[in-house]
Design a binder for this molecule. Sequence first.
Ligand code: PEP
Ligand code: MN
Length: 337
Amino acid sequence: MLIIMQQGVSESVVEQVINRIEQLGLRVHISRGEFRTIIGAIGEEKPVYPEQLLSIEGVEKVLPIMKPYKLASREFQPEDSQVQIGSVLIGQGRCALIAGPCAIESRESLNETANIVKASGANMLRGGAFKPRTSPYSFQGMGEEGLKILRECGDELGLPTVTEITDPRNVEMVDRYADMLQVGARNMQNFVLLSEIGKVRKPVLLKRGPSCTVKDWLMSAEYILSEGNHQVVLCERGSQGFENGLRYTLDVGAIVLAKHDSHLPVIVDPSHAAGRRELVTDLALAGLAAGADGMIVEVHNCPEKALCDGPQALTDKMFANLMEQAKKVLTAVGKDV
Ligand code: PEP
Ligand code: MN
């Protein structure tokens, strides 16, 4: 349930309410808005609780949260969230412009690609060290060695990094090297992984599963939020459609719906949706025009030599062109660039 405090109540009054909720055996999550504080109380409720909480001084209303996801809902937090990754802010008009190769392949190659994306204005660097591949015979990623390379390249260029985590046993390791933890589409409903990631205090990029609804996606976000990690950014990367000229079907409606029903920032991944580099730019622009708070795009210094997702990797020139156009779209929709 939601405990809505009266406007302008003091911190000590809020503290009192928190203590009472904890005594009732419920978990407290606080949303401090510009005008009022909303306290989310999550756990097994008894019918008398709303009345008891309403009688505390400073409490204006006690409401049930109607949505199955609670902390991810706009009911819990009406204002957009903002997530910070180093110097980069995502949400509330600020955008993440993330780019880099699908996989980290070598120091030289990542360094070259990182310089390319930075020169065009990317503000974060991506690169996978653990790759979830359809075939066990495909390149699986460089593992910890790759994480070290990503860390070094990010530090050299002043770009915060994001990398995928595929296994709950690796949370501690990936957390040591990366600035943001990516949950891939295939792992969106790996609930053990989500709970483990929720226990660390590192921003998370949660991709939407190819066959998952927006509600499923927000329920997965709830797994992370309910563990106390509130730094979640959603990423739409295309769902399973019937069109076979594209790798997946980018769902701009899902971006709009997720932003309507949730306060969490949403970014667009046009690369995995397209599967072909010549379609990436237009899909990225569509996602930004639909309200995405940024994008994550695959770029490679030499796509024909890429060990993973080469056909969808943008070249340096294509990425420069995308960034130029993206800035125009973001300006048109009122975002900071
Ligand atoms: C990736 O980012 O390289 C990736 C594997 O993405 P997804 O989980 O969306 O397929
Ligand atoms: Mn990829």
